[in-house]
Design a protein around this ligand. Structure first.
Ligand code: DGJ
Length: 746
């Protein structure tokens, strides 16, 4: 059993072959944190790792004793007050306004497996022996409230997941004002913090800084996890790099407002908290009611950042994503958005679909503009019935025609939104998530529907379900194109307003759950103006997500590279689009566009009816290539080799699950004048094995056989045609140049 309880020392030791996590019930009954990191052999008592000190100005709970103080003790789930003045893990208020609490150990349960979180996404196990769980029950007797801290340790992954449940039995009830999913107090501050930051069409750029005293972190108060920050943080030792050293990743399985924060106190203790953002949050619990926080996932790596990412990839690809599509290779699709925008009719769609079939594409996705009277972005969201002027035989007729061409059919929805010019809004203006007595902002001419109200969710569900029951829809792109502004739930009382932001996201999850249960064969792709909801919560329902509205290959290198810190390649929607690109007007070769897009779900998003024959021929080859290689790419082990954030060039690779094949992509942004020599050092190969190296497309070259040791330790020269693996002639290079190497074990 990898969770031990030592009665005498009152310590819990959670461990597997890689990691240990140790908790101690402190003298005052609270849960103290002892250790988290590389596996330690068990011992009866790790108490020596709990650091006490006499500090004259600190508050001490035991009279006549000046050592034990919550001011500096590391804790599992700290409250504010009672000596600890750092940022707390939770805050609650009782009926008379007192916020003083005292949660002491009451009992614990240890069991095999992992419980699901009601109404919330979470990682899971497929059998009880994949993980063990400790539930630590703490109680505040005065307010008859229990706090259940739950810890799951996976047997074969360096992963600990946490969540917290509050159970109120206080006759007067309590109000939760803050409830983080978990907290980790680390004994020093010698870390760099990395976050994924950005904005629309510039998502998840890797940003790092040294920890400093005080508070630093990332958050969203936009109603979605956001373009700006991702619910993820990494702390890494300063000497750690992609393949060496310690890195700890913290990720929140949640799609709404979040806080991921690191505080360094004046004794250099580093406190990490992750959870629902407390802004505008207030959850009143009556006796008999409980509140469940989302799940926080902690990944420990002593093999650098790649090590951390690979664990996240495995966990999120196989034990967070669910359903029929979890383990399946993803269909190569064509999406009409950048091909037509709103300007299409059935004839145009069928023309695109026919051409797509000729190229070998498997799925046609009809994007925005098919419903109500939508020809612009200013109307009809919420009116989910086909625009018969554009599509005379509706979605059912069109989908059947697309299927008869030999393609599957996919459809775009934006379920959570409406426009003022819509039947929905005219009938239910009070369904807006806005204070209707005041001015409220539009964004992209649209308004957020109040998904905290079940009747609103039911209404949208019925409309979507009608279409899905009638038409052969195999894929849904679920979009969400604006952030919250003036959040108010009309018709609800004062005490309910603090619940609205969280209930909204529960409404979204609830709708997803109903649809995936009723239509288990549909592949869902989440989207929020590109990547504003690329988070673990969404992956539980939709195994892939539209990575960014930026389809430019060069910008996508950074976006996909940053996204790969946490999220598996199989989750990244990636398309070849037109050149010059529609977001940044950059021109790139078809090869470079495909070489970036291969490392994702892969598809096309441009008007293929207007392309010259040689481009179509090249696309046919790309599609055939991806069909052959997508297993390696989508299920393989992904390695980042060179960062585009620090260099003019970048590289990454995927090694197949069985280790027999690898693909390495190299990208060079600006053509250097009289360039230096450049080598890429491969990873994940068998040093004792031999590999056959070929380069594909731009130049189809066969370089012969090399040792795994040579490719990893001596490196592959990618510089230019006069050295190393020559391949592509100088004349064929230039800015935005890329190469793709296929490496096969012989
Ligand atoms: C934003 C998405 O990210 C795009 O791909 C497209 O679906 C548009 N919305 C449609 O309005």
């Amino acid at each position: 059993m990898p969770i031990l309880f030592h009665e005498k020392s009152q310590e819990f030791h959670l461990y597997n072959k890689d990691i240990s996590y140790i908790i101690k019930i402190l003298r005052n009954g609270q849960a103290g944190h002892v250790y988290y990191g590389k596996r330690l052999a068990d011992r009866e008592d790790f108490g020596y790792l709990v650091e006490y000190a006499r500090r004259d100005m600190a508050p001490y709970p035991f009279e006549g004793e000046s050592k034990f103080s919550l001011e500096h003790l590391r804790q599992e789930y700290p409250a504010f007050g009672s000596g600890d003045t750092r940022y707390p893990a939770f805050e609650m208020e009782r009926e008379d306004g007192s916020r003083v609490v005292d949660f002491k150990y009451k009992s614990h349960r240890i069991f095999g497996g992992k419980k699901a979180l009601e109404g919330l996404p979470a990682t899971y196990v497929e059998s009880e022996d994949e993980a063990d769980t400790l539930e630590l029950v703490l109680e505040d007797e005065l307010i008859h409230t229990e706090l259940i801290l739950s810890y799951t340790i996976y047997k074969d992954l360096p992963v600990i997941t946490r969540n917290t449940r509050f159970v109120c039995e206080h006759p007067e009830g309590i109000a939760l004002l803050n409830c983080m999913s978990g907290c980790l107090d680390l004994p020093d501050k010698e870390y760099e913090m990395t976050e994924l930051a950005g904005s629309w069409i510039r998502e998840r750029h890797v940003c790092s800084r040294e920890l400093a005293y005080g508070i630093q972190g990332v958050y969203s108060m936009r109603g979605c996890s956001s373009h700006q920050f991702n619910p993820f943080l990494m702390l890494k030792r300063k000497n750690a790099d992609e393949s060496r050293g310690e890195a700890i990743g913290f990720s929140l399985v949640y799609s709404g407002d979040f806080l991921a924060q690191v505080e360094v106190d004046n004794y250099d203790v580093t406190r990490v908290v992750l959870g629902i953002h407390p802004n505008e949050f207030r959850w009143e619990l009556k006796a008999g009611e409980s509140f469940q926080t989302p799940e926080m996932v902690m990944v420990y790596s002593d093999q650098g950042i790649n090590g951390m990412s690979q664990t996240f990839h495995k966990l999120y690809r196989t034990r967070l994503a669910r359903g029929k599509w979890r383990d399946k290779e993803r269909p190569i699709l064509i999406n009409n958005w950048e091909a037509t925008y709103f300007d299409f009719n059935e004839e145009k769609i069928l023309e695109l679909a026919g051409k797509a079939k000729e190229l070998g594409i498997e799925l046609f996705v009809l994007d925005d503009g098919w419903f109500g009277k939508r020809n612009l972005d200013n109307c009809s969201l919420g009116d989910w019935y086909p625009n018969l002027e554009k599509l005379p035989e509706g979605i059912t007729g069109l989908a059947k025609k697309v299927e008869s061409l030999g393609l599957k059919f996919g459809l775009w929805f934006e379920p959570e939104m409406t426009n003022k010019d819509s039947d929905l809004f005219r009938a239910h203006p009070d369904w807006l998530l806005a204070d209707l007595r005041r001015n409220y902002c539009h964004s992209r001419n649209q308004y957020v529907l109040d998904f905290s109200r079940p009747e609103v969710v039911d209404y949208i569900y019925e409309q979507m379900r009608k279409i899905l029951r009638e038409a052969p829809v195999s894929y849904i792109k679920w979009d969400m194109n604006r952030a919250f502004s003036e959040v108010f739930s009309n018709g609800r009382g004062r005490s309910d307003q603090g619940k609205v932001r969280h209930k909204y996201i529960l409404g979204v999850y609830g709708l997803y759950e109903r649809l995936i249960r009723e239509f288990p064969d549909i592949l869902f792709e989440s989207c929020a103006s590109g990547g504003a909801r690329f988070d673990p919560g969404m992956l539980y329902y939709a195994p892939q997500a539209w990575t960014s509205d930026n389809t430019d290959a060069v910008d996508r290198i950074k976006i996909q590279y940053g996204t790969s810190y946490v999220y598996p390649v199989s989750s990244m929607g990636s398309h070849v689009s037109a050149s010059p690109n529609h977001q940044v007007r950059r021109s790139t070769s078809l090869d470079t566009r495909a070489n970036v897009a291969y490392f994702g779900t892969f598809g096309y998003e441009l008007d293929i009816t207007k392309l010259p024959e040689e481009e179509l021929e090249a696309m046919k080859k790309q599609i055939a290539f991806m069909k052959e290689k997508r297993g390696t790419i989508q299920k393989g082990v992904f390695y980042r080799l060179k960062s585009p954030f620090e260099n003019n060039s970048s590289a990454w690779m995927a090694v197949s699950e069985d280790g027999k094949e690898a693909l390495m992509a190299y990208f060079r942004i600006m053509e250097p004048a009289n360039g230096k020599f450049e080598r890429i050092y491969l990873k994940g190969l068998d040093p004792a094995a031999k590999y056959h190296v070929q380069e594909t497309f731009g130049a189809e070259m066969d370089y012969g056989v090399f040792g795994g040791d040579e490719l990893m330790y001596a490196g592959m020269s990618v510089s230019d045609s006069s050295s190393g693996l020559a391949g592509v002639a100088w004349e064929q290079q230039g800015d935005n140049f890329s190469r793709l190497f296929c490496i096969r074990k012989v």
